[in-house]
Design a protein around this ligand. Structure first.
Ligand SMILES: Nc1ncnc2c1ncn2[C@@H]1O[C@H](COP(=O)(O)OP(=O)(O)OP(=O)(O)O)[C@@H](O)[C@H]1O
Length: 293
């Protein structure tokens, strides 16, 4: 397996004591404390309870899915996990540390990165500069050095450039490094968003509808890339996705939301066979066909 020199976060060398895992895939990551523990999370917008009693544990190297009908509260969960919203109730631990009261930047430094449902790149900037923006976590100390020691800053810049190129190469995009981000084809822009999120060195990567607007071959490539990201960087991935082939094909554990509440958790096989999910989300006939297929 290709080892990136500079990017990514490694699991600790010596395993922790056995952890009583409550993650979506209990047999995975049993020796490590979970990367995410969300406990009884809830948020109200005025009179509307968008998310309620949301409890989810994600293991260190788990690929997990968050699914549910339109308006179920999936993006709101991402906004809670990344401190875009502060919860009305409940708690979030990232790598064992509470996020209560933290800003989005602080939570990013704690190890969460995300992509958005609608692509949010700096279209006028180059591809590589977009990746370098994503690296702000690791180079921020060096920005201070820019003010105090010019040499340190130039060295940090060179390192950032090399790391960004290495990351782009990992996704087959090194030759596009100096193209304008906004000029890339749609699929490449989506890939760049993921590279940029990864560049911050997260422990947990949140992908909001990564396959939206992709054709079947782009989706197949995306699935392969998601697996490669997990295997190479040894991080956890939580994705929101409506493409059930992708979700069932790639996620080891799935959490289903309906009207802001968790209605099921389990393996793809469990979810496909769960009558509550079939009724609430997949549609009786579609889910039955899928489960039997
Ligand atoms: N800032 C907000 N103010 C008021 N209501 C909100 C806010 N954010 C989300 N909501 C409401 O919370 C509910 C959940 O929305 P959310 O976008 O999380 O659903 P979703 O599952 O991501 O849907 P989709 O699959 O369509 O993206 C919706 O009723 C939405 O209108």
């Amino acid at each position: 397996m290709k080892e990136l020199k500079t990017a990514g976060v490694r699991l600790p060398d010596s395993p922790l004591v056995p952890y009583p895992s409550r993650s979506l895939v209990p047999e995975r990551d049993v020796r490590y404390a979970p990367v995410l523990e969300a406990g009884r999370l809830g948020i109200d917008f005025g009179g509307l309870t968008a998310v309620d009693d949301f409890t989810l544990t994600i293991g260190r190297t788990e690929i997990a899915g968050l699914i549910g009908p339109n308006g179920a509260g999936k993006t709101t969960v991402f906004n809670l996990l990344t401190s875009v919203y502060q919860p009305t109730r409940g708690s979030i631990l990232i790598n064992g540390m509470p996020t209560a009261g933290k800003s989005t930047h602080q939570v990013s430094r704690m190890g969460i990165a995300r992509t958005f449902q609608n692509i949010r790149l700096y279209n006028d900037m180059s591809v590589i500069d977009n990746v370098k923006v994503g690296m702000h976590n690791s180079v921020r100390e060096n920005l201070l050095a820019a003010v105090t020691h010019g040499f340190g800053y130039r060295k940090a810049e060179r390192q950032a450039e090399a790391t960004a190129l290495e990351m782009l190469d990992f996704f087959g995009m090194a030759d596009l490094a100096h193209a304008q981000a906004g000029s890339l084809p749609y699929g490449a822009q989506r890939r760049l968003e993921i590279v940029r999120a990864l560049a911050s060195g997260p422990l947990l990567l949140l992908l909001d509808e990564p396959a939206a607007g992709m054709n079947p071959s782009e989706t197949a490539e995306l699935m392969e890339n998601i697996r490669r990201i997990r295997d190479t960087f040894q991080i956890a991935i939580l994705l929101i996705e409506h493409d059930m082939n992708l979700v069932m094909g790639i996620c080891e554990g799935i959490c289903v939301l309906n009207y802001g509440k968790v209605i099921a958790k389990g393996s793809p096989a469990d979810i496909k066979a769960n009558p509550t999910v079939i009724e609430a989300y997949l549609g009786k006939k579609g889910a039955k066909d899928d489960a039997e297929g």
